[in-house]
Each structure stands twice: as C-alpha cells, then as structure tokens.
Design a protein around this ligand. Structure first.
Ligand SMILES: *Cc1c(COP(=O)(O)O)cnc(C)c1O
Length: 387
C-alpha cells in the first residue's frame, strides 16, 4: 500500500525506530571477531553503563527481554531456593512461571492489576525472614500490562535492610524512560530489552550484574549454557561476545545510544514524563477512565478502560482509518482496555496526532459524554507548558 510508510506504532514495544537507526542496520555486515566490531562493542558497553547509571557489568544477549530476565534468574539462583516475587500484572506473573520452571520456590506478593505493589508488604516479609532463607526479591519496575510504575526505590531499600537477598529487576519498560539508578539504589540484576526504550528493533536483551550478583553466580547450580553470563562477562572485558552476535542490531544500538547521549538522561526522562502527562490529561478531558492512578503511572504506557465503546473497536478504527497501532489488554483485560505506548522514539507531535485521531475515532463510533477537541486542548496545554 502506498501509505504503509505512515504506519505509526503507539504500543509499548516494539517501539518506533528512528530512520538513522534503520539505515545503520542496512550496512554490510562485518566479522564479529574484527577490530572494527570490537571498537563498536567497546563504545556500546560504555554507553550502556551510562544509561544504566552503573559501574557494574552490563551484558548483551541475543534474546528478548524474557531471555534477559531468565538469564538474570538462572545465573544467581539454584533449584530449591526461595524467592519473593512481586506481581501486579502479566509480567510479574511471568517471573513466577520462570522461577517455577527451574524449581525455585516462590513466595508471592500480589496487587490487583492497575494497583501498585506495596513496599510495606516486602518489608514485612523480609523482616520476618530472620533465618535469611529468601535468596532474591524479583520485581517488575514498570508493569506494562497495566501501566503501573512500582516503587522500586522503596522495595530496594527493604531488600538492602534484609542484607542477604538479591534484588532482581525487570526494567524492560522503565529503562530509557525514567531513572533507574542501579548503583544508587543497589540493584543487583537489572534486565531490559532492545525493542522498548532503546529505539531499536527486538532481538537484544541486556543484563546488568552487581558484584553481589557475581558472588551469587559462583554458588548458583542451575544448568545453563547459552545464557551462562560468565562467558559474556569474560568476552565483554575484551570487547567481544562469546557467540555470533546479531551484528546489524549492534550497528543500530551504536547509533541509538549515541542519540540518547545527545539528548541526555534528564532530557530523555523529562520527555517521557511530558508525553505521559499529556496523554493522561487528554484521556481525562475526554472522560476516558485511566486504569492506573496518577501517582503510580508508568512513563512508558497509559492504559485506558473506555465505557460505552468497545476498546477493540477503538483499536480497529485507529488502525484502519489512521494507521495507528494501539495495544490491547492482556489476559483478563483482553477487550476491556487499550494501551497507548509513549516509549522510546516518541515526540510531542505523535501524542497530538494520536489524541486527535482518537477523538475522531470516538465520534465515529458514536461515543458520547465528551467534547470533541477537549482532549487535544488538554494535551496541547501540557506540551506547550513544559516544552
Ligand atoms: C516487553 C516486556 C518484557 C519482555 O518481553 P519479550 O517479549 O520477552 O521481549 C518483559 N517485561 C516487561 C515489563 C515488558 O514490557
């Protein structure tokens, strides 16, 4: 179709990829054992530490975000270990499944989808563990299924007070959207994936490992080979990889991280905050109920639960009429919510376009109880006040 290039991804991953990054991937391949590749690897590693605000190792895997998380779990734990997993959505549930697949015993701290995890519940469970049986606490920072940002700083504090447990974090939709100060908060293992905040296509997973994580690695007895982080660490020290890396994605990552450094961490975080606030202001002005409260809203994605109009009808009209992809609900929220991603390579204009298309869509679907133009005005007010 002639207009296919206008396709606009407003989902929380894969996220839009800048043209410079797309073109970088189109280059001829180079050997991954060449000096040229080592130079790229060295630059990327340095930029990754900057993005992760850490001196720790940040390792790169050819895997999706789940692969990075699985690596973060199987490299520091052993079968029969006890862990505390926080779950308030689809991704929290996933870490329970990964742990169970490896014979790790899970104590669950839950919250309803749309509600944040309660740091006090972690504190209570960790304080009660005087025998120090809990080996790790596993949390999803930004729960993409519901658009909730959990209070990672407070949970990390409770873990530090315990003294023994590691903290393993899914930062897949928080890294590159809001601050995840690994060293300041003492996060031991932090996993992320390329198709979210990194502005590159899917295919790479990242795992940051603290010294405490490496000490636990020495004791971990779970079987591993491709995801054994030891060889990745050894190779990274020599600016290389243990296995053939997706070379084109490394080209892409080099360019994307260069763009991120140009914008700066503060610039990246404040842009995401502005996009989030503009999106939320627009939804409120359109009387569309937000699934998560303001004070726990994710910087990456906004979940909306429309009343009187089908969420799936909204998504389908947005796609057909405006070439804009919105995400749907997962599991029990399928068909009940839509999720608008504002993560990665997204700018003010994208929000304006999406909100105005949404208004036209609501009108087209016969929705009532809103004033056309009100959402757009609210979004504009936020964007122009803070731009
Ligand atoms: C996207 C995502 C993942 C990773 O999913 P993959 O499909 O394995 O890349 C993990 N956690 C969260 C919170 C995510 O949003």
């Amino acid at each position: 179709m002639p207009m296919d290039d206008k396709f606009m991804l407003m989902i929380p991953g894969p996220t839009p990829v800048p043209e410079r990054v797309l073109l970088a991937q189109a280059q001829h391949l180079i050997g991954h054992r060449s000096g040229e590749f080592s130079q790229i690897m060295g630059e990327i590693t340095e930029h990754l530490k900057w993005l992760h605000q850490t001196q720790n190792d940040v390792l790169i895997l050819a895997a999706s975000g789940t692969g990075a998380m699985e690596a973060g779990i199987i490299n520091v734990l052993s079968a029969g270990d006890r862990v505390l997993v926080g779950s308030n959505g689809k991704f929290g549930d996933r870490w329970v499944k990964v742990c169970e697949a490896f014979g790790i015993t899970v104590d669950l701290i839950e919250a309803e989808w749309g509600q944040p995890l309660d740091p006090a519940a972690f504190e209570a469970a960790l304080t009660a563990d005087t025998a120090k049986a809990i080996k790790a606490v596993i949390v999803t920072h930004s729960e993409t299924s519901s658009g909730v940002l959990n209070d990672l700083e407070a949970i990390a504090k409770a873990v530090k007070a315990h003294g023994e447990a590691l903290i393993i974090v899914d930062a897949v939709t928080s890294l590159g959207a809001c601050s995840v100060p690994i060293d300041d908060w003492g996060l031991d293992i932090v996993a992320s994936g390329s198709q979210k905040g990194y502005m590159i296509p899917p295919g790479l997973g990242f795992v940051a490992m603290s010294d405490r994580a490496w000490a636990a690695y020495e004791k971990s007895t779970l079987p591993k080979f491709y995801l054994d982080l030891g060889p990745y660490r050894k190779s990274a020290a020599k600016n290389t990889t243990p296995f053939t890396p997706p070379v084109s994605l490394f080209f892409a990552l080099q360019v994307a991280l260069g763009m991120m450094r140009e914008e700066g961490l503060e610039g990246i975080f404040s842009r995401h905050q502005r996009l989030q606030q503009a999106t939320r202001a627009a939804m409120k002005a359109l009387n569309l109920p937000l699934f998560a409260a303001d004070d726990v809203a994710s910087p990456a994605v906004t979940a909306v639960m429309p009343q009187g109009v089908e969420a799936e009808a909204i998504r389908s009209t947005m796609r057909k009429q405006f070439d804009i992809a919105l995400a749907g609900g997962q599991d029990h929220l399928k068909g009940k919510i839509f999720r608008m991603g504002h993560l990665g390579f997204v700018c003010d204009r994208d929000i304006i376009t999406a909100v105005s298309s949404l208004e036209a869509t609501l009108t087209h679907l016969g929705a009532t109880g809103f004033t056309p133009g009100a959402g757009l005005a609210a979004a504009q007010a936020v964007l122009m006040a803070s731009g």
